[in-house]
Write a protein that binds this ligand. Sequence first.
Ligand SMILES: Cc1ccc2cc(C(N)=O)cc(O)c2n1
Length: 323
Amino acid sequence: DNNAAQRAAQLRALITRYNREYYELDEPSIPDAEYDRLFRELQQLEAEHPQLLSSESPTQKVGSKPLTSFRQVQHETPMLSLDNAFSEDEFSTFVERIKDRLDSSSEIAFCCEPKLDGAAVSLLYEHGVLVRGATRGDGQTGEDITANVRTIRNLALQLEGDYPDRLEVRGEVFMPVKAFERYNEQALARGEKVFANPRNAAAGSLRQLDSSITAQRPLHFYAYGMGVVSTGTTLADSHYERLQQLQSWGLPVSDEVKRVADGGSCHGYYQDILSRRDALRYEIDGVVIKVDSIPLQNDLGFVSRAPRWAIAWKFPAQEEITT
Ligand SMILES: Cc1ccc2cc(C(N)=O)cc(O)c2n1
């Protein structure tokens, strides 16, 4: 609406003036904290009204004075970590424990996916527009990295289909291996810092205070679950089908996600992904196996921050390739 447009124009003029002062005078006329507040207000306005975004905006230009810190975000529901299994036996124990707790002799379906080696983020969409991105942080409190997540190459800034009014998507941001290698080559040639591995590259790029630097990093995202969803939304009671719902709204999900009929079939999935590990476009450090039924997940609940209904079954560490 037009008072958002007027406010955005006013902020762009102010920030442009402060940028010039910051770079030309060594006595900028406002303190950093005030500049940060204005800069964030403009970022938030542009996030909520994508039509206001222009390449001329100081939020899109290299050379704008970067923010000095991120704002904090309180996750409405905790972002969970995962318990690990390091062997077939430990995984089988995970399945048996679930069967005991559910007192079910019948087989339990599982949803299996590769465990991406990146950085977990929370994306909040309101009326189909991406309005906030946040890091996992400690699971309860993360950092507001909205400007940075907006630069992710394969991310929908606007949802499609019959998406909920309010939808929080959780997933992993990663840098594909080829892009990581290319980035490091160029950084080396420019005498700049190289990253030790794609996970550090993704996490480091997301924590960049200057989003125009993040925009130069080839980051990707795959959704792995939902956080808060507006009430009244009809969600599938299968995790696998919920991931399909996310896809139907335009969100990227790994095509390696599979639903299997029982715990025994997870072993085959683990072996299959392990055998193809080096051929995948992204680095992984195991597979994530989840009870597929949402009602069963709710029956099982969590232990501290890790769900009883999910496990990360890790691969043996790869011999470290020294870059
Ligand atoms: C609940 C949860 C927590 C962390 C996760 C992490 C990944 C991952 N790194 O790919 C995948 C998942 O499905 C996850 N699911």
